[in-house]
Design a protein around this ligand. Structure first.
Ligand SMILES: *Cc1c(COP(=O)(O)O)cnc(C)c1O
Ligand code: SF4
Length: 354
């Protein structure tokens, strides 16, 4: 780890006590926050911290990262593994739900912990263990043994938490598997800690002749700071395909203007909008959920008013891990009292629970 990286990690706020000391939470809330902290990890990186407007009690950056007592409210639809990772795990660290691609979960840690994370029960220091060298080897054996696997998607946690050396080693191992043609990284690092996505790191990702894709997670246009955009530019200039993913979040981006600004900021920085996710039913996240009919109206307005290159696909993960569904009229039927959703298997199920 470089000195700069160590400094970044040191200055990251990681506990209710850190937040109290920095003036982000009131003493009166500390007891409830202790309960939140016992369940879910906290981290706010310096880059995100400096973006928070302390005078705005509804600041959309603070809302994503500062823990709150609302997280103790659980609704019946919420489950610890909302998208069913654990039901499609042939070996530790691998989620194989669709024939031509696998998720490889290389680390459970992230540079920031989003309060709405769908893997919140699994991410954080002391949750799932990092993938050991042995388990990684077994995961790679699994990928080597199945010629249908055309793409490997590195995820976590945040796979950019791997050191540049480890990212390079992993890239070389995937590069050696003939049937794997594409390597895709899903990460929040370019916004959460842009300095870490430096030339050396990008060189590590590019130690392959195969297509390298980076999907950047950001939810508000303000996250695309000058530093974040510089990190994205370094990736694009190195020949990496950069796509976006965002989550539709109450109080963060649940307005036409906010979504339009976000999608335009992506495109203006050469990032192709890829996914806009309807919130999964992760525990303690109901304060973030935008009802589906309202969500679809927002997406329809994007369709009507924004350039075609600014259109993300609006998707829902069908609870239990069947597949994603496109939240359009053909996959989602809101016409009756009991909303239904259609998976890639053609089966209509009740939504949110079946
Ligand atoms: C979303 C997802 C993927 C990737 O799907 P794409 O539609 O190709 O982006 C892969 N595996 C799992 C388990 C997923 O949830
Ligand atoms: S960076 Fe991704 S995996 Fe990590 S807490 Fe945020 S949403 Fe979850």
């Amino acid at each position: 780890m470089t000195q700069a990286e160590t400094d970044q990690q040191r200055r990251t706020l990681r506990s209710a006590a850190d937040l109290r000391a920095a003036g982000f939470v009131a003493q009166a809330d500390m007891a409830q926050l202790a309960e939140v902290e016992a369940r879910y990890a906290t981290a706010i990186s310096p880059a995100m911290l400096t973006l928070i407007d302390r005078d705005d009690p509804t600041d959309p950056i603070a809302r994503q990262f500062v823990p709150g007592a609302e997280e103790l409210t659980l609704i019946p639809e919420e489950t610890p593994d909302p998208i069913g990772d654990h039901t499609h795990m042939p070996v530790d660290g691998v989620v194989h739900r669709y024939p031509d691609r696998v998720l490889l979960k290389v680390t459970p840690v992230c540079p920031v912990y989003c309060r709405f994370c769908f893997r919140r029960e699994m991410v954080g220091p002391g949750k799932d263990a990092p993938l050991s060298a042995e388990k990684l080897e077994r995961a790679l054996d699994y990928i080597r043994s199945d010629p249908r696997i055309w793409e490997v998607i590195l995820t976590g946690g945040d796979p950019f938490m791997l050191s540049a050396g480890k990212a390079a080693a992993l890239t070389r191992q995937l590069d050696a598997i003939e049937h794997v043609r594409c390597i895709r990284w899903h990460t929040r690092m370019p916004v959460a800690d842009p300095g870490r996505v430096d030339a050396a790191y990008i060189a590590a990702l590019c130690e392959t002749g195969k297509a390298v894709t980076v999907v950047v997670h950001a939810n508000h246009a303000r996250e695309l700071t000058e530093d974040a955009c510089a990190a994205i530019a370094r990736l694009v200039d190195s020949g990496v395909v950069v796509l976006s993913q965002s989550v539709l979040l109450r109080g963060v981006n649940d307005s036409f203007d906010n979504l339009a600004d976000l999608m335009r900021a992506f495109v203006a920085n050469r990032v192709r909008p890829y996914y806009l996710h309807q919130m999964d039913f992760a525990p303690g996240t109901s304060h973030f959920r935008v009802p589906l009919d309202e969500a679809r109206a927002l997406v329809q307005r994007l369709r009507d008013e924004l350039s075609g290159v600014c259109q993300p696909t609006f998707v829902i993960d069908i609870p239990g891990g069947v597949s994603k569904a496109v939240a359009s009229a053909s996959d989602v039927d809101l016409s009756s009292q009991a909303p239904r959703i259609r998976g890639r298997d053609g089966v209509w199920r009740r939504y949110p629970i079946d």
